[in-house]
Design a protein around this ligand. Structure first.
Ligand SMILES: Cc1cc2nc3c(=O)[nH]c(=O)nc-3n(C[C@H](O)[C@H](O)[C@H](O)COP(=O)(O)O)c2cc1C
Length: 198
């Protein structure tokens, strides 16, 4: 692989929060998930669970996203410029019309530190982000569902799963996916104070 293309991909990727109504073919979503599951994981446990939500169920989820906004809006009011605040509110209300939602869970284990279990799944989430970009899709990873974790677990039906009942299943994030309908500027990166060489 050409290394420049790889670095260009990393630099060009950005979170997308407005999508075209075009559906994403199932085989494309399957490729994204395959890419996600190429990720490394602690002890190679591959301890991820993905729940793909589309169609009517996706529409029903919006009520939870809207509730999450109610919990986050005061913090965001202080952090965001007014125009970005309004845009973000719309995003939470509509999820940018994303046709595909992928909820990402970690299966924790008594044999593994929770941080390792959780980190492994986030490695897969990054693969998912990059694969979406390579496919000409856009996506946005969202921690917002954690504001409504209990409700979301019920809504997705994971409360019936044995891993949930043994308290091993942990919701980490939602990834919204669809064909991009905007070209946001690159969010600036800061490197200062992030790296120490000894
Ligand atoms: C763990 C995690 C949680 C995030 N949660 C949200 C979220 O709830 N809502 C949102 O709009 N963006 C969310 N983001 C996206 C970030 O805001 C975004 O990645 C960051 O601003 C950098 O922009 P970029 O992805 O375009 O480079 C999240 C990203 C990560 C990695």
């Amino acid at each position: 692989m050409d290394k420049n293309s790889f670095y260009q991909l990393l630099k060009a990727r950005r979170s997308i929060r407005k999508y075209k109504s075009d559906p994403v073919p199932r085989e494309v979503v399957e490729r994204l998930l395959e890419a996600a599951m190429e990720a490394p994981s602690g002890k190679n446990r591959q301890n991820w669970k993905f729940i793909v939500v589309t169609g009517e169920k996706r529409d029903q989820y919006l009520q939870y996203s809207q509730k999450a906004w109610e919990k986050l809006k005061d913090i965001l009011k202080v952090r965001l410029k007014p125009s970005l605040y309004d845009f973000t509110e719309r995003f939470f209300y509509t999820l940018g019309q994303a046709p595909v939602l992928i909820f990402c869970y970690a299966v924790k284990s008594p044999e593994e530190k929770d941080l390792t279990s959780i980190g492994s799944v986030y490695m897969a989430v990054e693969n998912l982000n990059l694969a979406a970009f390579a496919e000409g899709l856009g996506c946005c990873t969202m921690g917002a569902p954690l504001e409504m974790k209990e409700d979301v677990n019920q809504f997705l039906g994971v409360t019936d799963w044995k891993e949930f009942q043994s308290q091993q299943l942990e919701l980490l994030c939602l990834v919204t996916i669809g064909y991009p309908d905007h070209q946001p500027p690159k969010a600036p990166r800061q490197t200062e104070g992030r790296v120490t060489w000894l």
